[in-house]
Each structure stands twice: as C-alpha cells, then as structure tokens.
Write a protein of this length. Structure first.
Length: 118
C-alpha cells in the first residue's frame, strides 16, 4: 500500500487470548487504507464483515497505541465516531480488535511475534 497525505494504511490484528500474561494475536490481520478524516466505524464494520464474527460488532473494542506522541505505551480505545486525524495517526498504524469480555492485559502494545500457531 502506498501512502497519500490524506490516507492512513491500517493493519488490524485480533487479540484472541492471553498466554503467560501477554496477548496472543490471531494469524490473519486485516489490512486496509482509510481517509484521514473517515470515521473508524467504516473500518470496524469492514473488519467485522471480513472476519464473519459469530458475535456482534458491539462486543469488540479497538485499541491503538500511539507512538512518538508523548503517550508512551498508553492504550487508546478508539471510538467509532473518531477519525485517524483526531488520534494523530501517521501514514501507517496498527490497531487491535479485542472482545470486550476477554480478560487480557493490554497495558502494553502486543508483540506481533506473539501470534497464534493453531
């Protein structure tokens, strides 16, 4: 994907469980590009449709860990009415979908190397 000043390339990983105190990511991240002023609702719905979840979209929350913005490892819970511009996303960003009822430590950004093998 190439970058245009008015778009952001976003990769959405799903946190599927926790092992040894760390989030484990699913194996099939969702990659897309949205306009900098487009509501996250569009992205959330596209992700949900692609993954054909057995539970409603409202059962998920989407997490973002802004880097280089003075936030450290602070987790930001994205709202459907927000835009990438409002949360200061850059040309590429990673977000994480997590079931709200999944008890998982999300104080630190999950490692991409901690992906499910089965």
């Amino acid at each position: 994907m190439s970058f245009s000043n008015d778009q952001v390339d976003i990769t959405c990983y799903e946190i599927i469980r926790e092992e040894n105190g760390k989030p484990v990511l699913g194996r099939n991240p969702y990659e897309t590009r949205i306009r900098i002023n487009e509501k996250f609702q569009v992205l959330f719905e596209a992700w949900h449709k692609r993954h054909e979840q057995n539970c409603p979209l409202s059962d998920f929350e989407f997490l973002y860990f802004p880097q280089g913005m003075g936030h450290g490892d602070t987790c930001m819970r994205l709202q459907s009415n927000q835009t990438p511009e409002e949360v200061h996303m850059r040309e590429r960003a990673k977000i994480y979908a997590k079931r709200k009822d999944l008890n998982c430590n999300c104080d630190v950004e999950p490692s991409i190397t901690t992906s499910a093998v089965a």
